[in-house]
Design a binder for this molecule. Structure first.
Ligand code: SAM
Length: 319
């Protein structure tokens, strides 16, 4: 402090001037504080308004989304078929890898498969079995594997909606398929060694239901040959072992013994270069599928593993 300010006489004389300076500084500061308080109030009000508008918009979107959720609901499953962009992309990468094709073709097929699945589950009776990735993986991959002929055998069809979706997928790739189906059509799904409970859709697994769904697969669906019975029945095998199949879908008895039996049969009826699809390979609910497939491939076989997409494995019969 300067000696002048320490002098009591000088301080008394300077006091009015100091007070004046204080007032000059204080006035703009308090005006600024008031302005800031006003701005904060206005800002808070604006934020409250924005929040209310956003809430109203989300509520409106939820309302508008509900009909879409109805359209994309999985029949009987209580879940929906609304995959994320990431799930479609991952599946496309897997399909590209197993088929050896460009990911652009794989993505096109995955998207086409998805649209077909939604359409058929909306129009069909019963349901397609499997998650969206599982079903679309099978539908998208096989046409890209260029099967050697259009003869298709599906072992285990349930309601036939997979085949009804598979036929147009093959046709889009230029393959006019001829379909053969083997299934006991026993009223409910049969799975030896597993407790299945009754069908979640409430629809019976029956010939008339299967035929109604196959009609949705176009002319090839309507013309499909259906052999009622188990794939292990000698009469069933004899009836449908009259040709070499370009595609065999193994989706019947999921136990290790059942899959092993179907693979042994497939060895005898697959065309050279034919594709065998093992549904639910790697699915932890159906461990028998991978167990039997891996054991089969480790033995003396015409089949070689091409790879996997979602929970399906794809084999090709050597030429
Ligand atoms: C998982 S479901 C098939 C699902 C169907 N492929 C789909 O993608 O929607 C299995 C079907 O195979 C039938 N099945 C069970 N054992 C069989 C066998 N040994 N031969 C043929 N079908 C069998 C079941 O009764 C059931 O209808």
């Amino acid at each position: 402090m300067s000696s002048l300010l320490r002098n009591p006489v000088a301080r008394r004389l300077l006091r009015p001037a100091a007070t004046l300076i204080d007032q000059r500084v204080q006035r703009p500061v308090s005006r600024l504080r008031k302005d800031m308080d006003k701005a904060a109030l206005a800002g808070g009000e604006a934020m409250r308004k924005d929040l209310a508008a956003l809430r109203a918009e989300v509520a409106e979107l939820r309302t508008r989304l509900y009909p879409a959720e109805l359209l994309f609901e999985r029949p009987g499953a209580g879940r929906n078929r609304m995959p994320t962009r990431e799930e479609i992309e991952q599946l496309s990468q897997e399909v590209a890898k197993v088929s050896g094709q460009h990911v652009g073709f794989a993505r096109r097929n995955v998207k086409g498969a998805f649209r077909t699945v939604i359409a058929l589950e909306a129009l069909g009776v019963g349901r397609l079995a499997g998650t969206t990735s599982n079903v679309c993986g099978k539908l998208a991959t096989v046409p890209l594997l260029d099967p050697p002929n259009g003869e298709v055998l599906e072992i285990g069809t349930l309601y036939g909606l997979f085949s009804a979706a598979f036929l147009p997928m093959l046709h889009r790739a230029g393959v006019e398929a001829r379909l053969t189906i083997v299934d006991p059509l026993a009223g409910d799904q049969l799975q030896p060694g597993a407790t299945m409970g009754s069908e979640p859709t409430g629809t019976p697994v029956r010939m008339d239901v299967l035929r109604a769904n196959l009609a949705l697969g176009g002319a090839a669906g309507a013309a499909a040959r259906v052999q009622q019975g188990f794939s292990t029945d000698p009469e069933v095998r004899e009836a449908v072992s009259d040709r070499a199949y370009g595609v065999i879908i193994v989706d019947g008895d999921h136990s290790a013994a059942g899959v092993a039996a179907d693979l042994e049969w497939a060895e005898t009826i697959a065309a050279p270069g034919g594709i065998v699809v093992l549904d639910d390979y790697g699915d932890k609910n159906w461990l028998g599928v991978q167990e039997a497939t891996d054991r089969h491939l480790a033995g003396d076989t015409r089949f070689e593993m091409l790879g996997r997409a979602a929970t399906s494995a794809f084999l090709r019969a050597r030429l």
